[in-house]
Write a protein that binds this ligand. Structure first.
Ligand code: AMP
Ligand code: MG
Length: 278
């Protein structure tokens, strides 16, 4: 698998228009086949997560960023389906509260980074502070422009201290977003997701693309890479992210902890106990 082609190399200048949101080139088949393949991937991911939890050594942080309707919620639902909820946490970052705003922008983030044995998924993240904040000039440029470096250093610290970081930008186009907004307006089971403010954001699409492009170019590092995930096709998005997460976990070379002493003695005793209980 060559998922590396979606990885943004450090210190390069990618252009988002060179990434096709409809791309499905690494998967041999279509929606039906991908859905079938997901069953196995969910199972594999679940086993690896169990191992991560049991070993209690590594920490995995997965960051999801996207435009509205880009598929952050759907990815969490589909990719992590069947994973034991004990070892996985989701942190969603909304409009900052007054308390959060009274601190630096990384304060609320750091509280949710994974502990040993944990997998944490960020639904939005510190990157909102160079995206929505930049597009709407919520702070002056001289403030937000310094944040790329802070974030790189923050992520460097996390990885130095044992965290593995994966960052996924779910790439959809304007046409796909319209389709998904129509569904949110028309379908009573999806209306709750619709926020009238989302259309104002849609009007700033080009500004957002510029902000995303700069984010990808300035913060894809050797220690915390960004992947641009083609996300118009949900099945491909899910399949690709599952593959990358599984590969990353496999590369950690994890092992179940060895018991502190030989358990043969307990095995014998248990056998005797259960026999005498009959
Ligand atoms: P949703 O994830 O669709 O429920 O929406 C959350 C909203 O919170 C989005 O409009 C984000 O842009 C906004 N948001 C998240 N983080 C920040 C931030 N640091 N500053 C301003 N708005 C934010
Ligand atoms: Mg929303």
């Amino acid at each position: 698998m060559d998922e590396e082609k979606y990885r943004v190399p450090p210190k390069t200048k990618i252009k988002l228009k060179d990434f096709d949101p409809n791309d499905t080139s690494l998967f041999d088949g279509g929606k039906k086949e991908a859905k079938a393949a997901m069953v196995e991937l969910n199972q594999k991911l679940s086993e690896l997560q169990e191992l991560l939890y049991a070993e209690g050594k590594h920490k995995l942080l997965i960051i999801l960023q996207a435009m509205d309707t880009g598929g952050k919620d759907g990815t969490i639902r589909s990719v992590f389906e069947g994973v034991n909820p004990q070892g996985v946490k989701v942190a969603a970052f909304k409009n900052p509260t007054p308390l959060e705003l009274s601190h630096d922008y990384l304060w609320r983030i750091h509280q949710h980074t994974p502990a040993r044995g944990e997998m944490v998924i960020f639904n939005r993240s510190q990157y909102e502070d160079v995206l929505v904040v930049r597009v709407h000039s919520l702070v002056p440029e001289e403030i937000w422009s310094k944040r790329y470096e802070h974030i790189n250093a923050f992520e460097r610290m996390l990885t130095d201290e044992g965290t593995t970081i994966l960052k996924f930008y779910l790439h959809i186009d304007l046409k796909e977003q319209a389709k998904r907004f129509f569904a949110r307006v028309e379908d009573p089971t999806k209306q709750w997701k619709f926020n009238p403010g989302d259309l104002t954001e849609r009007e700033r699409w080009n500004d957002y693309m510029q902000a995303y492009e700069d984010m990808l170019n300035r913060t894809s590092t050797a220690w915390a890479p960004w992947y641009v995930i083609p996300a118009n096709k949900k099945w491909y998005r899910n399949w690709l992210i599952a593959k990358i997460v599984i590969k990353t976990l496999k590369d950690l070379d994890m092992h179940y902890p060895q018991p502190a002493e030989d358990l043969e003695h307990y095995h014998k005793r248990l056998l005797e106990m259960t026999l005498s209980e009959e």
